[in-house]
Design a protein. Structure first.
Length: 305
């Protein structure tokens, strides 16, 4: 007998109707923590399409720790089998366009009538209501509409996409968090509920730092490249043997950098006196550090720090 304890979510059964990335990301969080996940796949080519080949790296990574069952939810027999599975399931996760699940008869209200304890989770591009509700959602579009592309890239470069599908991933992670919270609440009320997230809402939520800068301080965030938008010095600097990544926010860290680089006298310039003045004189601050860092190797600088 194994002495390995069961994983925290092993008592929960999850029916996974998701595809592509945001939905599978949400369910993967549950599967990785031990939930019994049954991925419902559509005939005749499970795993093909935007999710990539079934035995390709992307599909295998997104759908690890899951079992699968092929059902045709457009056929009465497939719907009946799915409804039987719902009776003792804890969670259903779907990322259809909002109108599709209603047309199939597998929306929250329909399944709640079968299992009132069911936690039903939906991920969409633009939410379950509103003028864009029936539009398909893609990470690229959410990055643009959510504002992320406007602050990514070098100053003046124009909008730049982030190198990972961050809207998909954050929508999935937010959804998984909502599912866990709903399961906790169910322990008190005995009732399930409908949880939802969307690519656009998740992307906007991820920009809370920039939003707060505007709402509180009326600062319009700009592209900053490898620099931190408000903390100086932060960025890439040339050394004799390549680039060095430096993050030195706060007065104490700045004092250590000044001492390590041997620029105590130069740092007495009022432009470098505080975080605020260094941010206002970013180019001058970076130029001072660059003039010293390029005189030695990154390995030697790191050893001194």
């Amino acid at each position: 007998m194994s002495d390995v304890p069961p994983l925290p979510l092993s008592r929960f059964k999850v029916l996974d109707l998701t595809r592509v990335r945001a939905g599978p990301t949400a369910v993967r969080q549950l599967a990785d923590w031990g939930a019994e996940v049954i991925k419902i796949e559509a005939p005749p080519s499970p795993g093909e399409g935007l999710g990539g080949p079934r035995h390709g790296p992307d599909f295998q990574n997104l759908h690890r720790n899951k079992r699968s069952l092929t059902l045709d939810l457009k056929a009465p027999e497939g719907i009946e089998i799915f409804r039987r599975l719902v009776r003792d399931a804890d969670v259903v996760v779907e990322n259809y366009r909002p109108d599709v699940k209603t047309r199939l008869g597998i929306d929250y209200e329909a399944l709640k009538a079968i299992n009132p304890r069911l936690v039903y989770a939906s991920i969409s591009g633009f939410g379950q209501s509103g003028p864009y509700r029936d539009r398909p959602g893609f990470d690229q579009i959410a990055q643009g509409m959510g504002g992320l592309m406007s602050i990514t890239g070098l100053p003046g470069q124009g909008p730049v996409r982030v190198g990972i599908p961050v809207a998909d991933l954050s929508a999935g992670i937010f959804c998984a968090m909502g599912i866990l919270v709903a399961l906790l609440e169910r322990e008190v009320s005995g009732q399930g509920q409908w949880v939802e997230s969307s690519l656009l809402a998740a992307q906007i939520a991820m920009l809370d730092f920039q939003a707060a800068r505007w709402l509180v301080a009326h600062e319009v965030p700009q592209q900053a490249g490898n620099d931190h938008p408000t903390t100086v010095p932060t960025g890439l600097f040339r050394t004799k043997d390549g680039l060095m990544n430096l993050a030195g926010g706060g007065q104490e860290m700045w004092n250590r950098i000044v001492e390590t680089l041997g620029i105590i006298q130069q740092a007495k310039d009022p432009a470098f006196a505080t975080d605020k003045t260094r941010a206002a004189n970013r180019d001058k601050t970076n130029a001072l550090l660059q003039s010293v860092l390029e005189t030695d190797t990154s390995e030697n600088w790191i050893a001194r720090i």
